[in-house]
Write a protein that binds this ligand. Structure first.
Ligand code: C2E
Ligand code: MG
Ligand code: MG
Ligand code: MG
Length: 289
């Protein structure tokens, strides 16, 4: 009997291993077809000036409505896309879709797009970005590419060159999820970032008195300011955190307190309300009284 149970257990284990692997395979195949089937779409989350609460841009965030499984988080399918060689196609589609959408907004409203390290290290990335800009006629300075520290881990010979060429195109560069990776200060020295996005893990709950996060945020702001970079606090959900973020001098805020990611049409309505200011970009407007 013991032998039988043991064997049964073993089989069960193998069966579950097998189903996990084939489950992944099925999902991979589904993802391969998702673009053509129209299952992917792009949501836009407002990024506002910390002082004035004006919408100064949106971050494009890809979404997948799976016909059987419902919504699948990008935290799950982006890594899958990276592993199975689909990220280039998906990323280019997001870039073109988001720029197309941004072309319908006032010229003062920016569009931020996430680039996977694999996309960034694609030898054609500069051409892909410049083609999308040319096709949609969006002013390059409205385009902000969000890159994580992962870019530097997979660093190739062409990384510095890619940064330089993207800057030559006139696009802005943001360092996303700052503080969660290796956070080598060398990255900040090397790469011409225009903005540091402070990761949510430092932002959420930062206002609680025992939090060490505010000290970290303060240090990041000081660093960013002396390097003439903007800062954006991600994941601001409460008024207490918002107030602290303002006191610490963070320049931009993104979080559910101001808006969740919404569909293109809704983003268009929000963007239309944006006010143009002196230098052409609303986010530099003077603080409200
Ligand atoms: P991310 O680039 O750091 O994007 C910010 C994430 O934080 C988004 O999650 C957004 O919905 C969420 N968020 C913003 N404010 C709040 C808040 O106040 N509270 C909470 N709880 N969450 C907030 P999302 O859309 O699930 O995306 C997760 C990650 O997936 C992104 O992190 C990014 O790394 C990746 N991702 C999403 N879209 C793309 C894409 O088009 N290309 C690539 N390469 N990666 C993408
Ligand atoms: Mg991002
Ligand atoms: Mg982030
Ligand atoms: Mg993130």
């Amino acid at each position: 009997a013991a032998k039988g149970a043991g064997r049964g257990k073993h089989c069960f284990y193998e069966a579950s291993m097998h189903s996990e692997a084939s489950d992944r395979q099925v999902l991979e195949n589904d993802l391969r077809q998702a673009i053509d089937k129209g299952e992917l779409w792009v949501a836009y989350q407002p990024i506002v000036s910390a002082a004035g609460e004006d919408v100064c841009g949106f971050e494009a965030l890809v979404r997948w409505n799976h016909p059987l499984r419902g919504k699948i988080s990008p935290e799950k399918f982006i890594p899958l896309a990276e592993e199975c060689g689909l990220i280039g196609r998906i990323g280019t589609w997001v870039l073109e879709t988001a720029l197309e959408e941004a072309s319908k907004w006032p010229d003062s409203v920016r569009i931020a797009i996430n680039l996977s390290p694999i996309q960034f290290n694609d030898p054609n990335i500069v051409e892909i970005v410049s083609n999308a800009i040319a096709r949609t006629n969006v002013r390059a300075s409205r385009v902000e590419l969000e890159i994580t520290e992962g870019v530097f881990l997979a660093e190739g010979d062409t990384t510095d060159e890619t940064f330089a060429k993207l800057k030559d195109l006139g696009v802005r560069l943001a360092l996303d999820d700052f503080g969660t990776g290796y956070s080598s200060l060398g990255y900040l020295k090397k790469a011409p970032f225009d903005k540091i996005k402070i990761d949510q893990s430092f932002v959420r709950g930062a206002a609680s008195t025992t939090s060490r996060n505010s000290a970290i945020i303060r240090a990041i702001v000081t660093l960013a300011e002396s390097l003439q970079m903007d800062t954006c606090a991600e994941g601001v959900e409460t008024h207490d955190d918002l107030q602290l973020i303002r006191e610490l001098g963070v320049s931009h805020v993104q979080g559910f307190i101001f808006g969740r990611p919404v569909e293109g049409l809704e983003a268009r309505e929000l963007a239309a309300k944006a006010v143009v200011v002196a230098d052409g970009f609303q986010c530099l407007r003077e603080p409200r009284q």
